[in-house]
Structure formats: C-alpha cells, structure tokens
Design a protein around this ligand. Sequence first.
Ligand SMILES: [Zn+2]
Length: 367
Amino acid sequence: MKRVICSPGSYIQGPGELGQLAQYYQTLGRQGAYLIVSQSAYAVWKDRIDGGFCSADVPYEVHSFGGECCQSEIDKHLRQMGNCDVVLGVGGGKVLDTAKAVAHFAHKPVIIAPTIASTDAPCSRVAVLYTEQGAFFHYLSLPSNPNVVVMDTLAAAQAPVRFLMAGIGDALATYYEATAAARSGAMTMAGGCSTRAALALAELCRDTLLQYGRQARTDAEQKRVTEAVENVIESNTYLSGIGFESGGLAAAHAIHNGLTALEETHALLHGEKVAFGTIVQLVLERRDAEELLAIIRFCRDCGLPTTLRELGLAHAGDERLMRAAAASCAQEDTMGNMPFPVTPEDVLSAMKRTDQIAQLAGLLKRG
Ligand SMILES: [Zn+2]
C-alpha cells in the first residue's frame, strides 16, 4: 500500500503570535480577513488581535462563534463572508473546526489559531460536526490541512493548566497508537500506510512529553512561557497532530470513545480520557511493569486520571464498564488497528487491571 504523510502548510508557534495574524493573512489574501472568534477568547485577546490588523492596515471582520460546530453555524458564516478571501478561526476546538469547514465550503484558504493546547486537532484535515443540540453528527474529511496554524504560546499558557495537561494526555497516546497501527499495517486518516517520518515524529512527541511535561505543569501553573512549556505545546499541537493523522489511531482513542458512552465521564476533557485509554492499551499489549509504571506515574504527575475513581466510575460496576468496553470495539472504531484481536472482555479486564495497578502505584508513592 502507498505511504502518505500530510501536515499544515506552515506551523508557527511563539508568545504573542495572535498579534501577527494580519501578517500571515497577507501571505494568502488581500481583500479581507474573515475571523471567526470565540467570545471568551476575544474578550481576553481583543486588543492583540485587533491591534495587529489595525497597525498593518489590513481589512478584517470579526464574527462571533455561535457556540456549536454545526451546519447552520457554517451556513451563517458562508452567507456573511462577502468579499473576504481568507477564513481565520481563533479559539478552542469547535471554533477551529467551524473555520475549517467554512473555508472548505467557500473554497478559501484557512488560518487556524488555537488559544488552548488541549488537543492535537488544530493541524488536521478533519472537522467534527455536531447537531444544533450538540450531539456528535459526523466527521467532515477535508481535502487538505489548514494553510497556516498559528499557536500563541502566551495564550495557551494563560489558559487553565488543566487544558495543557489534557493536551499531554491526548498527545501521549500518539506514539503507542502509531506504533500499533504501523505493526498492523492499518490505513491512517491520511489515506495510506504510515511513514517512517510520522513514526519518528510520534516518538519525539512521547519523549518530549516525558522529558518536559512535569516542568511544563509547574511553569504553566505560574502562567510562565518557558522552554518546557514551548516544547510541550509543540508536542501537543504539532507532533501529535502529524502523528495521529499520518501515524494512525488504535486502542487508546477507541477506549476514549467507549468511555463517552458512560455519562459519568462527560465532565472529563478529551485528553484526560485518552490518557486512561493509553494506559489500558499498554496493559492490552502486555508491556513490562517498569514501562507501565513510568507512564502511570507520569500521568499522575500531570493530574491525568489513572483510576476508575478518577474517571467518575468508582461505582460503575462490570455491567456499565462492559458497555464502554463493547463500544470501544465497535466495527467502525479504531480498535481494529491493533496488531492482535481485542474483544470487549479483553478491554474490560484491562480497564480493571489498569485501575488496580494505578491504585497500587499511588499507594507506593504515598508510602
Ligand atoms: Zn485525540
């Protein structure tokens, strides 16, 4: 099978980059920038965003995001676009996905500017569409990745540190899932087999997180943009972005998706559930105890859930846990990318084993 790797045209990261959006816009358009901005991000970063466009004397329009990445929201922006020739999305995941979809339907370039570093979605050529009521609708596969991704590390470090840590949880899965998918020869979302390049980036992603994750937590708690914070943000956003899309997903994300069937887990962020799914994948793979404990300790140090209690599932019982386990093995999910068959019973026992080992690791640490 062919090998495919894809990425955004450019990835730019640094403190204060939200103030440079006009400059990046000018490489793609001239008639006017169409900004879709979340109200919360605009409330904090209005001066920096507007200041950049005003001082560069670049025409732009700011439009508020309605709150859901759904077809009616996309249609609303398509109607309002007028002569604007580039779409910019500024904010969290749903705003960014809306911008990707609007640009796609309008046949315009898109600039993606995340204000948090909680997932690896910004760089990808996928948008997740919901119904107006907020239920998952479908994945919109786009023909290309965003033209430019601009990551303002000052903005990401100002956000609650829980988002950055959830981003670590999402990114930590990348190497393990990409390795599993490569072993099984799975087709990735990029539309082919994995490349050596994608695997190398996935490995660098994991190594960077393990080296700098703990320090990044300490620094981000003090709202400081340090080398550790920069390295982790690059891993969460870029390395993991290329790694998951061109390297493939496997058990960790399938288990995340299974957990969403249990409403007790709904208060958790995506990356928090993925972190638990990653440990369960390691248990399924029968990784040696030393590696397993190192990952569990790392997740605990990052405030990521490692036990059923921390997932809100202390009293769920086998029957409900089995619902999640069965959902994770659904035909259309990515459990089939594991290099060996995995049954719902395997997942259930691996989830319980993860819980036991993590509890033990917690006791050992306290003792
Ligand atoms: Zn993810």
